[in-house]
Design a protein. Structure first.
Length: 231
């Protein structure tokens, strides 16, 4: 068992753990987006989906706990690798432009921390109903929660929609490097894979950013509305 802990604590082990947890988080973000895109199918379908998720009960809590654990391991690996990189090179580069790395790769830690702050804000919004508490209370007045109305009305509020769209751009910057980096950490290092990895990474990231931005955008433009409520 000791060899496993030592292995995972080594630089290579930490990189691998970061890639595996990154992949699991990426799968979550894709599934989560596909679920949310059902907003375009109307209140009945979306509320049915939300109710089905809530109906999972203990399983939903197990999934939430698993996700939290994966996120914590991912962040812990990021902190460790960043500290190690600083230790290896305590004096900052005199000319940032001389570093042969993309903007996304140089800002991974910063964009990661912003995405983390977004997740906290996002849970306070939709899961606990702390932010936009009035809309959350209104959505839970009837016998069946109306998450569709909460979702759409939240994004009719321009600052909320703009905050989400901005956060999605940062999620995109983080993923644009993260996705190709995780493929490399998992062993796809041959030059012949390089272009394929780059294009796949950009494709996945582009689809996630476009899908996620479309939702607040369609609401703020009143293309997605709550039936019977004029805005
Ligand atoms: C415009 C984009 C997004 C929308 C509209 C959206 C919508 C939602 C909604 C409605 C919920 C509440 C689910 C519930 O408690 O029933 C939720 C929960 C959550 N979202 Fe998002 N989401 C978006 C993007 C993201 C992104 C990019 C991430 C991760 C980086 C994320 C992470 C989470 C997490 C961790 C939860 C808590 C899960 C839970 O309560 O079980 N979301 N989201």
């Amino acid at each position: 068992m000791n060899w496993l802990v030592r292995g995972l604590n080594s630089s290579i082990g930490t990189k691998y753990l970061m890639a595996v947890t990154g992949l699991l988080l990426l799968l979550f973000v894709i599934t989560h987006m596909v679920g949310n895109l059902q907003i375009y199918l109307g209140p009945e379908v979306f509320n049915g989906y939300a109710e089905m998720m809530q109906g999972l009960g203990t399983l939903l809590w197990a999934m939430r706990l698993g996700l939290l654990l994966i996120l914590l391991v991912h962040v812990r690996c990021a902190v460790k690798l960043t500290a190690e990189a600083k230790e290896a090179r305590p004096v900052p580069y005199a000319m940032k432009r001389s570093v042969a790395a993309s903007y996304a790769s140089r800002t991974m830690f910063m964009t990661g921390m912003i995405v983390l702050a977004f997740i906290v804000f996002h849970i306070l919004h939709f899961t606990t109903g702390t932010f936009h508490a009035d809309l959350y209370a209104e959505a839970h007045e009837g016998s069946h929660p109306d998450m569709y109305s909460m979702f759409v009305k939240s994004f009719h509020h321009a600052p909320t929609a703009i905050a989400y769209m901005t956060a999605m751009v940062l999620v995109g910057i983080h993923l644009s490097h993260g996705v190709s980096s995780l493929f490399q950490s998992m062993g796809f290092v041959r030059p012949k894979y390089r272009e394929m990895i780059r294009v796949t990474g950009l494709g996945i990231t582009g689809a996630i950013v476009a899908g996620n931005i479309s939702m607040p955008l369609m609401c703020i433009m009143n293309i997605v509305e709550v039936p019977g409520v004029s805005s």
